[in-house]
Design a protein around this ligand. Structure first.
Ligand SMILES: Cc1cc2nc3c(=O)[nH]c(=O)nc-3n(C[C@H](O)[C@H](O)[C@H](O)COP(=O)(O)O)c2cc1C
Length: 309
């Protein structure tokens, strides 16, 4: 029996531990239900959901890189009605926090999604995806402009009822503290950072980009030091004063990576790309974080948050 207290308070929720799965890398729960005990996780963040089903971008839409991967999935998903009818019943049975990630092209679409989802049992909170680099409208175009972030957050927040709203930030900005501050002023209950970094891989023989979308989002261990820096920036400049928790992510593979994000200022962490290498990577991260705390004599995992010297 672990001597470490893992209970984490996050945007009004009590989590069993601070480790989540990251949006878009673990589907809607049923995909990984046979591979791991989902209830041992702090929480789950679903793939982005839009009002209407989306096919996403043409293939090829993923490519491996040194220490990571590029994806340009383009928010392929089953749409909110099918999500509610087919995926929510299983989600509801799971005793773990579930954030539903929502995406759209117009503010009204985000508001409609939030009102369709926020009155449903089994959903703990919503994550606003305003940072997808792989779609033409919405996505990252909202997420790079503080004025639009404030507007969309303040319009979606009332549609969330009593459920917390987490805003997912893009790293592809000059000053992430400005976008974080805009989300907080708009009423965000939590911030998640980071989404992928816009990037390109070129086939040198054909001299064409490898991805059909030409560009994609870089994720995985290659982005971890940049993501840790951005979490630290937002914690020091915004989150610490506003008392807004941060969900940190970007290349987390093990307990020590998770601890690094928490020391930088994250209250919880998510595991994305590592899941493609091993489906139960998030559980291993949770276990590794527990063992790290034991070996360091840390009694409460939450003590790590913002403990950077
Ligand atoms: C294949 C793939 C699909 C993704 N789809 C989404 C998505 O639908 N919505 C979203 O907000 N983020 C999406 N992301 C971004 C991840 O949630 C995460 O922010 C990013 O990959 C960094 O974490 P990681 O390095 O642990 O993967 C996706 C990432 C990958 C690799």
């Amino acid at each position: 029996m672990s001597k470490v207290n893992e209970i984490i308070k996050f945007a009004g929720l009590n989590l069993k531990n601070p480790v989540f799965t990251a949006s878009g890398t673990c589907g809607y729960i049923d995909e990984l239900d046979d591979y791991m005990d989902i209830e041992q996780l702090g929480g789950w963040i679903t793939k982005s959901i839009t009002l209407k089903p989306r096919k996403g971008n043409p293939a090829p839409r993923v490519v491996e890189t040194n220490g990571g991967m590029l994806n340009a999935i383009g928010l392929a998903n089953i749409g909110v009605e099918k999500f509610i009818a087919e995926k929510l019943p299983l989600i509801r049975q799971k005793d773990t926090a579930v954030f539903v990630n929502v995406a759209g092209q117009k503010i009204d679409e985000y508001v409609e999604l939030a009102s369709k989802l926020s009155d449903k049992d089994g959903i703990s909170g919503l994550e606003l995806n305003i940072s997808c680099p792989n779609v033409k409208e919405g996505g990252i175009s909202f997420g790079t402009d503080p004025a639009q972030i404030k507007e969309i957050t303040s319009e979606v927040k009332p549609a969330c009822g009593d459920k917390p709203l987490m805003v997912k930030l893009t790293p592809s900005v000059t000053d992430i503290s400005k976008t974080a501050e805009a989300a907080v002023i708009g009423g965000a209950d939590a911030l998640s950072l980071v989404n992928t970094f816009t990037a390109m891989v070129i086939d040198v023989r054909s001299r064409t980009p490898v991805l059909a979308n030409r560009t994609g989002g870089l994720s995985g261990p290659a982005i971890k030091p940049m993501a840790v820096y951005l979490v630290s920036r937002v914690y020091q400049d915004v989150a610490k004063y506003a008392e807004i928790p941060i969900m940190g992510l970007g290349g987390i593979r093990n307990g020590s990576d998770a601890a690094e994000f928490m020391i930088a200022g994250a209250s919880a962490v998510s595991v994305g790309t590592s899941t493609f290498a091993s489906p139960d990577a998030s559980l291993r991260v949770a276990d590794g974080l527990r063992r790290f705390c034991e070996s360091e004599g840390i009694k409460k995992i939450s003590e790590l948050t913002g403990s950077l010297n």
